[in-house]
Design a protein around this ligand. Structure first.
Ligand SMILES: [Zn+2]
Ligand SMILES: [Zn+2]
Length: 327
C-alpha cells in the first residue's frame, strides 16, 4: 500500500508529558519509544506505514480465511454477531461519546468495564483512541487531521494512518482527564492484553461447548475464528467507515468546516455514528440522531443504562441546534 501524503515541512513535536505516578519501567519504555520516534523523524519516515507494526493487523485479516477450514455453525454466527454488537456499543458509547467527548458521566467501575470491552476490539486503548479523535475534531479535514479522505486519500483515512510512527503514540497532553486513571493507562500500555484474553476465552468456550453440547457442532478453532477474528475485523472496518466514508458519502445538513456527512446506512452499521455531520456540528451531545427517525442505537442503549442508574447526566442536544436542524 502506498500513500501520497506529503511529508510535513517542520519536524513534529512529541511532547513527553509524564503521566502521574509513572513507574520507572514505563518511563524507560517511553524513552525508548521517543528515541525511536526521533530516529524516524530524522530519517523522514514518521508518516509512512511501519510494516513491522502492521504485521498483526494483516495477520488478523488472514486469520479470517480460517473459516474455510473451521466451517460455520449457527452458534458461531450468533456469538460473532453478539460480540460485534456489544463491542460496537462499547466503542461508540464509551470510546467515542464518553472518553473522547465526555457527553455523560458514569462511575469508575462502569468506566472500567466498558474500557475493557473497548480494549478487546483491537482498536488500542481508550487514551490512544480519544487522543486521536479529539485531535480529529480540532483539525477535521485540515492538513493536520490524521485521517482525512480530503487530505490523505480514501484508503489512507480508512486504514493507513494508524500504522505510522507518528500516530502510534498516545499524546497524553490531549487526554489529561483520562490519564489520571492508572487502570486506563494500563489498558493503553498493554493494549494486546484484552484482545489476547478474548481470543483465549473464545477458544476455551469452543472446547467447552464441544464437550458439554456436542450437538452444536462447534469447537475451539471455530469459536476463535468467528468469535474473535471475523467479528473483530468486521467491527474494525465498520468503525473506520466513519473516518473514511462518513467524510465522503451522504448528505450535509450543517455547513461545517469539514466534509462530514449524514448517512443512514452507516448509522445502522455503526449504531448511530453515521449521523456524522450532526456530530461534527455539535459533538457535545450524547445523542447523534437529531430527529426521531435518525436511528441512533447507541443513544437508546445509553438511555436504557441511565434508567438503570449505570450512567447519568446525558448531555442533550441544545434547543438552538434542534431549531437549526429543523431548518
Ligand atoms: Zn469526522
Ligand atoms: Zn467525535
Amino acid at each position: 500500500m502506498t500513500q501520497s501524503r506529503p511529508i510535513p515541512r517542520a519536524l513534529p513535536v512529541f511532547p513527553a508529558v509524564p503521566a502521574p505516578g509513572e513507574s520507572w519501567s514505563s518511563r524507560a519504555l517511553r524513552r525508548w519509544f521517543d528515541t525511536s520516534v526521533a530516529v524516524e523523524v530524522v530519517v523522514g519516515r514518521q508518516d509512512r506505514i511501519d510494516w513491522l507494526r502492521a504485521v498483526p493487523f494483516i495477520a488478523m485479516h488472514l486469520a479470517c480465511l480460517g473459516v474455510i477450514w473451521v466451517g460455520v455453525t449457527p452458534v458461531a454466527l450468533i456469538l460473532a454477531a453478539t460480540l460485534y454488537a456489544v463491542r460496537m456499543f462499547a466503542i461508540t458509547g464509551f470510546y467515542h461519546r464518553y472518553f473522547s467527548h465526555r457527553t455523560f458521566q458514569t462511575s469508575r467501575p462502569v468506566q472500567l468495564v466498558f474500557a475493557v470491552i473497548g480494549a478487546s476490539c483491537v482498536q488500542r486503548g481508550p487514551l490512544w483512541w480519544a487522543a486521536h479523535h479529539r485531535h480529529h475534531h480540532r483539525v477535521a479535514d485540515a492538513p493536520d487531521d490524521p485521517h482525512s479522505p480530503r487530505v490523505h486519500g480514501f484508503l489512507w483515512s480508512h486504514m493507513g494512518w494508524f500504522l505510522t510512527t507518528r500516530n502510534f503514540r498516545t499524546d497524553l497532553a490531549r487526554v489529561p482527564d483520562l490519564a489520571k486513571f492508572p487502570e486506563l493507562r494500563w489498558l493503553d500500555r498493554f493494549d494486546i492484553a484484552m484482545p489476547l484474553a478474548l481470543a483465549i476465552t473464545m477458544y476455551g468456550l469452543g472446547v467447552l461447548l464441544q464437550h458439554v453440547a456436542p450437538q452444536l457442532g462447534t469447537n475451539g478453532a471455530q469459536m476463535l475464528v468467528w468469535g474473535f477474528f471475523v467479528s473483530t475485523v468486521v467491527l474494525f472496518h465498520a468503525t473506520v467507515t466513519i473516518n473514511s466514508l462518513a467524510h465522503r458519502w451522504g448528505s450535509r445538513r450543517f455547513n461545517t468546516h469539514d466534509d462530514s456527512r449524514n448517512n443512514a446506512w452507516l448509522a445502522l452499521l455503526t449504531f448511530g455514528e453515521g449521523w456524522h455531520n450532526n456530530h461534527h456540528f455539535f459533538p457535545g451531545s450524547a445523542r447523534q440522531g437529531f430527529h426521531w427517525w435518525e436511528v441512533d442505537l447507541t443513544w437508546y442503549g445509553l438511555k436504557a443504562m441511565s434508567m438503570l442508574g449505570l450512567v447519568h447526566g446525558l448531555r442533550p442536544i441544545p434547543a438552538w441546534v434542534l431549531a437549526k436542524a429543523r431548518g
